[in-house]
Every structure is written in C-alpha cells, then in structure tokens.
Design a protein around this ligand. Structure first.
Ligand SMILES: Cc1cc2nc3c(=O)[nH]c(=O)nc-3n(C[C@H](O)[C@H](O)[C@H](O)COP(=O)(O)OP(=O)(O)OC[C@H]3O[C@@H](n4cnc5c(N)ncnc54)[C@H](O)[C@@H]3O)c2cc1C
Ligand SMILES: NC(=O)c1ccc[n+]([C@@H]2O[C@H](COP(=O)([O-])OP(=O)(O)OC[C@H]3O[C@@H](n4cnc5c(N)ncnc54)[C@H](O)[C@@H]3O)[C@@H](O)[C@H]2O)c1
Length: 456
C-alpha cells in the first residue's frame, strides 16, 4: 500500500491540479488512456484544427461571390490529419513524461477503482497497485455512448475517438446523432468533400439551443447535408465497405462510413464508487456540492465526471476552484455556473450564453427579444451575408440582459461581450449606450440587436 497526500484519477483537467502548493507533497496521478484527456487528444483541440482546414476549403469554394475566382484542387487528408496530430501528440507525450519523471509525482498508467474509503486499486499491465491518499480527485471525464443497436449489428463504426485518425476520406459518411459532435464533424467532412448524411431521432438539430437558432440551423443544414429528422434507426446492416441504415417510412441511407455521435456519459461506472461512499446521479454523474466535494470525506470531483456541462472551459473553471480548495480547507471557493457559454464550431458557427427565449419565459420574465441580421450591418454587407443572426433576450420591465444567441461567422467571439456583461451585471442600456462599438466591425450586429430591444 503506497500512501500519497493527493491522488488524481484522470489527466485531462485533473492534470492541472498539481500546483506549486504540492511541491513538497506526494502526488499520485492515474491515467488509463491517452495522457492529457479528451480535449487535447480527441476533443476540442484537434476538432477545431480540422474545422479550420474545413473553413479554408469552404472559403476557396465560395470565393467567386466576391469576384475572386478560385478553384479547390483537392484536399490532402493525410497532410491535414498529420498536421493536427504532429502538433498534439508530442504535447501529450511531453505531459506524460513530465509526470512520470516528476520529483513529487508518481504516474500510474492504468485503471483506478475504489476498494474502500480513500483507498484505490490501480491495474497497470495486469498488476494491481494499492494506493491510499489523504485526498482523491475524480476527474475521469466522459466517453461516447454507442447505442446497442449499433454495437449488436456488428457493423464497423467510428466515434469521435477514432474518426480523426482514419487513413483515407470516405466518399460518403452517415452521422448518427444531431448534437454538437455530429454538427461539427458534418461541417468538417462535407467541407473536405465527403457526401454527408445526418440521421437524428429528434425533430431538429442542436435542440438545446434557442428554438429560433435550432430551427434556422436545421434549415441551413439541410441545404449542405442530407438530413433525416424524426428518424430513429430501425435496422443497421453492412460491412467494412458500406453501411445501410433503415429508417421509418421506408427511408434508407447507405454510406461508406458510419460515425456515431449520440452523446457522452460520465466514466464513473467502473470506479466502484459505492465502496468509497461516493454517490452518483441517475445519469452516472458524481454528486458534488458547489465546492466540488463528493459525499465522501476527502474525495472531490470535477469536469465531465460530475458537471451538468460537458465543456472544457467549465472543467477548467472547476479544476481551478478544486486546486484552491484542496489546500485551503478554511477558505473554499465555489463553482460559478451562472453564465456558462458554449459554441458549436459547425457551419454556420453557433454560440450562446444565458437563457434561451423559452427558458426566459418559463422563468416568468416579461420577455423581449430582438433578432438582428448580420446582413443589416456594414460588415455583413462586406460578407454578402444572408443567413446569419444575433438574437438577444432581455427583461422588458427591468432592462436586464438575460441571454444571447448567435448563428454565423465568428459567433464564438461575438458572444464574449455578452458573457462579460452578464457576469458583471451590465444591463441592456449600459451595454448598448455606455461604451463605444467599433465601426464597421461585426460587433455592430450585437450593438444593433441591443438597441433594437423594445424596453419599457
Ligand atoms: C469531439 C469533441 C469535441 C469537443 N469540443 C469541445 C469544444 O470545442 N469546447 C469545449 O468546451 N468542449 C469540447 N468538448 C468537451 C471537452 O472535451 C470536455 O468537456 C473536457 O475535455 C472534459 O474534461 P475532463 O477533465 O472532465 O475529462 P477528460 O479530459 O475526458 O479526462 C478524463 C481522463 O480520465 C481518464 N480516466 C477515466 N476513467 C479512469 C479510471 N478509472 N482510471 C484512470 N483514468 C481514468 C480518461 O482516460 C481521461 O483521460 C469536446 C468533446 C469531444 C468529444
Ligand atoms: N464545441 C463544443 O463545445 C463541443 C463539441 C463537441 C462536443 N462537446 C460536448 O460533448 C457533448 C457530447 O456531444 P454529442 O454530440 O455526442 O452529444 P449531444 O448531447 O450534443 O447530442 C447527442 C445527439 O444524439 C442524439 N441521440 C442520442 N441517442 C440516439 C440514438 N440512440 N439514436 C439516434 N440519435 C441519438 C440526440 O438526440 C442528440 O441529437 C456535448 O453535449 C458537448 O457538451 C462540446
């Protein structure tokens, strides 16, 4: 039995917990997969590097509308892939080496589970290492859920863990699911020349967004990809060369490759949490309080393992709080989940923060909204934009800003002033009139949306 001051399970956001406060303490860091976790290796970072390449390809295709004639001669998939992983893999390897050789860290490259309160067994290459610690952090993240219908069909499939490393682009791809991952990969692969079909069981794509945005995006998606809505899969068949999905009303989809993007669940099932007295919600998320404490003394959790938001900026935020709390028991810092923004790097890009119109109405606000077209501000003219929108949601009586939702170029950047305004309590009037807005920048779309709100 080896005892540590701190044991961290999972090296995504958990890896950042080894602060200088632990320099003279002993830390065990346990990782069963790729060092550095999801965002670095198979999530945010590589996907956005592929998205960037996709956008370069789309810009070339679209150039003629600005009087610039250009043709896309081709895309070199292996070069795109190798640029991405040539950058990322050495970072993951470097992070691992740093922990393996750390003066105060012991890296266990294996799988942890509880054997008792603050007592773990770590399986490394068939050997079991018993580990105890004064404090344990569970930063085990989440993993892709693949519906049984797919696994039982025996048909080959990809998930976000594997799709970015394929050797050749298929001619066609069917993507199962209508959420974040589906929308981002549909954009990447179609821009790179793959014939993409999206199949989702719901009536629209990105249904967690404001309804106006979800509906507008679904409409634009159908112009770019073949989209099957309200389409629970009835049967899957095929082999390594081709996959066929049978959908209701006799619809059938055939493609060379199947990508499954039907959600991610917390990776908590194999941890034997009951042995440590750590409770979970029905969906597998670890129950934590606002400081990241689980029900078990000295055991903490953060990120996708426990959060309602499967987002890296949330995992980072929670990791910063937990890093402080581990060494400041008398001065705990709470998580701040009031205004969690998100962005979907699809085409067009989408970003949002705060309440949707529907949520604002349900919360009893006297709701007023304004939807401003990019095409009605000067920069939008330059872009020849006809589809992009910024929507702001506010309380008519108080002038309180409640939320903002963008669909169009640079949405993930345009949303940032709203995140700031909400976080620091700026109302609509102060935000719209109390500062300069650069002319003729694209931010004028937000300025005009705010000015267009019909407040009391
Ligand atoms: C394709 C994709 C794109 C994404 N894009 C974005 C984006 O653009 N922006 C954004 O904000 N978020 C994005 N996300 C979500 C983001 O990646 C996650 O929210 C974030 O990485 C979660 O961090 P984490 O530290 O909680 O978990 P992770 O980074 O997943 O780390 C958990 C680690 O724990 C390890 N582990 C699990 N169980 C055990 C065990 N029993 N023993 C030992 N080790 C274990 C795992 O191997 C893993 O390395 C994306 C996700 C995906 C899949
Ligand atoms: N840009 C970003 O911030 C980003 C990018 C990718 C992923 N993520 C995070 O990762 C999470 C997981 O992404 P995701 O796209 O897998 O999940 P998601 O929850 O966004 O979407 C899942 C989709 O799959 C559908 N679905 C579920 N089960 C199904 C089934 N059996 N058959 C057909 N469709 C089914 C759902 O209706 C939904 O449309 C996201 O919720 C997000 O938090 C974030």
């Amino acid at each position: 039995m080896t005892h540590y001051d701190l044991a961290i399970v999972g090296t995504g956001s958990g890896n950042s917990l080894v602060t200088p406060d632990f320099d003279d303490k002993r830390v065990a860091i346990i990782e069963k997969g790729i060092f550095g976790g999801t965002c670095l290796n198979v999530g945010c970072i590589p996907t956005k590097m592929f998205v960037y390449a996709a956008e370069v390809a789309l810009s070339v295709r679209d150039a003629a509308r600005y009087g610039v004639d250009a043709t896309l001669d081709g895309v070199r998939w292996r070069d795109i892939r190798d640029r991405v992983f040539g950058r990322i893999d050495p970072i993951a390897q470097g992070g691992k080496d740093y922990r393996v050789n750390g003066l105060n860290t012991t890296a266990y490259l294996g799988t942890a589970r509880f054997t008792g309160p603050r007592e773990l067994a770590v399986e490394v290459d068939g050997e079991t290492h018993p580990v105890t610690a004064d404090q344990i952090v569970l930063s085990v993240g989440a993993h892709a859920v693949v519906p049984e219908m797919v696994t039982q069909s025996g048909v080959p499939y990809q998930t976000s863990d594997t799709i970015m490393r394929i050797d050749e682009l298929p001619a066609s791809m069917v993507i199962l699911g209508g959420g974040f991952i589906s929308s981002e990969f549909a954009h990447v692969f179609s821009a790179l020349g793959v014939d993409v079909t999206v199949v989702t069981r719901g009536p629209a794509l990105l249904r967690a967004e404001d309804r106006e945005i979800s509906e507008a995006f679904t409409e634009l998606a159908t112009r770019q990809w073949t989209v099957h809505l309200d389409a629970p899969v009835e049967k899957i068949s095929g082999d390594a060369r081709s996959v066929t999905l049978s959908l209701p009303e006799g619809r059938r989809v055939e493609a060379e490759m199947l990508l499954v993007a039907t959600g991610r669940e917390p990776s908590t099932a194999g941890l034997a949490l009951d042995k440590a007295g750590v409770r979970t919600h029905d969906d597998g998320r670890i129950v934590v309080d606002e400081f990241g404490r689980t029900d078990a003394d000295g055991v903490w959790s953060l990120g996708d393992a426990s959060s309602e938001h499967q987002l890296k900026h949330v995992a980072n935020h929670e990791a910063r709080a937990v890093a402080h709390n581990l060494t400041h028991p008398g001065d705990l810092r709470a998580f701040d989940h009031r205004y969690v923004p998100s962005a979907v790097f699809t085409h067009p890009q989408i970003a949002s923060v705060g309440l949707t119109e529907q949520e604002a109405r349900e919360a009893g606000h006297d709701v007023v909204t304004k939807t401003q077209k990019y095409g009605d501000v000067a920069y939008g003219w330059a872009m020849e934009d006809q589809t992009s929108i910024a929507k702001v949601v506010a309380d008519r009586a108080t002038g309180q800003l409640l939320g903002a939702h963008f669909m169009g170029p640079d949405a993930s950047t345009l949303v940032q002033p709203v995140i700031q305004a909400l976080s620091f309590g700026l109302g609509v009037r102060e935000m719209a009139r109390g500062q300069y807005w650069i002319h003729p920048a694209l931010t004028e779309v937000l300025e005009n949306a705010l000015l267009g709100l019909d407040l009391d």
